[in-house]
Design a protein around this ligand. Structure first.
Ligand SMILES: [Zn+2]
Length: 60
């Protein structure tokens, strides 16, 4: 019989939704320190996010 089961397996990594592409991504080793602050699945997504700047923006 088994009792208690709170061990975390490697396949049970935490996940987040990328704020840019809105796709789920899993915890990665490189984020182990920054996981709380990770918001994007990749650097590409992070770069593509247009930071809010004052002034008018004409694009497109
Ligand atoms: Zn993304």
């Amino acid at each position: 019989m088994r009792r208690g089961g709170k061990s975390v397996s490697k396949e049970n990594l935490p996940q987040k939704i990328c704020l840019k592409c809105e796709r789920p991504f899993s915890w990665r080793k490189k984020w182990e320190r920054d996981w709380v602050e990770v918001k994007y699945c990749s650097d590409a997504c992070r770069r593509n996010v247009i930071s809010k700047k004052p002034g008018p923006v004409r694009e497109g």
